[in-house]
Design a protein around this ligand. Structure first.
Ligand code: ADP
Ligand code: MG
Length: 334
């Protein structure tokens, strides 16, 4: 018998209301009523983020359903991380061309595995028919005054990036070629496999965001490309930014697959990394080292905020000219 909208919600999505090990006392009314009623704990403010993934725009046609579910939640968790917020609840808007139970099972379990790791509960959503698209709205909690903003940087503050960038952009390229049938890494190319995983299953830096509260002067997550997002942070802070290209932490997999030149370009301009880019006043660097240990996260100093507006990328003492600064859906520049 064909599955209807309500069976579908009950079967695949209601279980996500209770991530493993989470106390659900804060969900006064959850999935099943017209809207959810949520208890915001005393002394906290809500942090709200929403991001949409559209097939053919944010992921290639034919992407694994598990990855689509993972990424739809991950990109929103990354926005909460960039604010230093604790994830609490999320809503899911699903637009599906048809009911494909295998696809739905994989999508839900990709979402569930990540939700379990971050204790975030699904409390409602919407399900409609149409071209495949997945929107998640994530809600997080923060104490007043503790949110990490883009706007707090000061001239002379050092700029850091967590983990590494460029892998996801290289992985996406491999995915596109893979789905066209000309390349697979199933028969043992570990570097290509690692890069594809970075695109398909990004790890939002929630623990790092928490650890940076009260320490980072400004913070942004890297979704549109490191250079473009660093410039957004600097501009919001009323400043400019100088990035030392030689300091960028390129992974061995990226160097091996893209080569030094293209790898560097992907690390600066590729998107979908979901790392955090943040600034810290120089006098507080010892604290940063401690907190990175606590969060079990690596970060690299890649530059400095300066009073002169704009982006300056320097390599071997010479200014690099980036062909473009990040992805913009409406100008279409990439
Ligand atoms: P309404 O018509 O009042 O908006 P719906 O019939 O769309 O309600 O949804 C019924 C219930 O199921 C609501 O609580 C809604 O939040 C929830 N819901 C609908 N789609 C999803 C989904 N994809 N994931 C989680 N909950 C959903
Ligand atoms: Mg209603």
């Amino acid at each position: 018998m064909a599955m209807g909208e309500f069976d579908l919600i009950d079967h695949y999505f209601r279980p996500l209301q209770r991530p493993a090990g989470r106390n659900a006392a804060d969900i006064v009314t959850g999935i099943g009523d017209d809207a959810a009623v949520l208890a915001v704990p005393a002394g906290f403010q809500l942090v709200a983020a929403l991001d949409t993934l559209v097939e053919g725009v944010h992921f290639p046609v034919g992407s694994p359903a598990r990855s689509i579910g993972h990424r739809a939640l991950a990109v929103n968790l990354s926005d909460l991380a960039a604010m230093g917020a604790d994830p609490a609840w999320y809503l899911l808007s699903l637009t599906l061309p048809r009911i494909d139970e295998e696809f739905l099972g994989e999508l839900a379990s990709g979402m569930q595995a990540l939700a379990d790791r971050h204790d975030i509960a699904l409390v409602g959503g919407d399900t409609t028919r149409g071209p495949l698209s997945v929107s998640v709205q994530a809600l997080g909690l923060i104490r007043p005054g503790e949110a990490l903003l883009r706007a707090g940087g000061g001239a002379g503050d050092l700029l850091f990036v967590s983990g590494s960038t460029g892998d996801a952009a290289a992985g996406l390229q491999l995915e596109m070629r893979g789905s066209a049938g000309s390349l697979t890494d199933a028969d043992g190319n570990p570097a290509a496999h690692a890069l594809r995983q970075r695109f398909l299953y990004p790890a939002p830096r929630v623990a790092l965001g928490r650890a940076l509260r009260g320490l980072a002067s400004a913070c942004i997550d890297v979704s549109d490309g490191l250079a473009a997002d660093a410039l957004k942070l600097a501009t919001a802070s009323g400043l400019g930014v100088r990035v030392e290209a030689d300091r960028l932490p390129l992974t061995a997999a990226l160097r091996a697959t893209s080569g030094e030149e293209k790898g560097l370009f992907q690390a600066l301009s590729g998107g979908d990394d979901y790392e955090l880019c943040f600034s810290v006043t120089a006098t507080r660097l010892p604290e940063l080292a401690e907190r990175l240990l606590t969060a079990d996260c690596a970060a690299t100093c890649i530059g400095v905020l300066e009073s002169e507006p704009g982006l300056r990328v320097v390599r071997d003492g010479r200014m690099l000219n980036l062909p473009s600064a990040g992805f913009d859906h409406f100008t279409g520049s990439d």
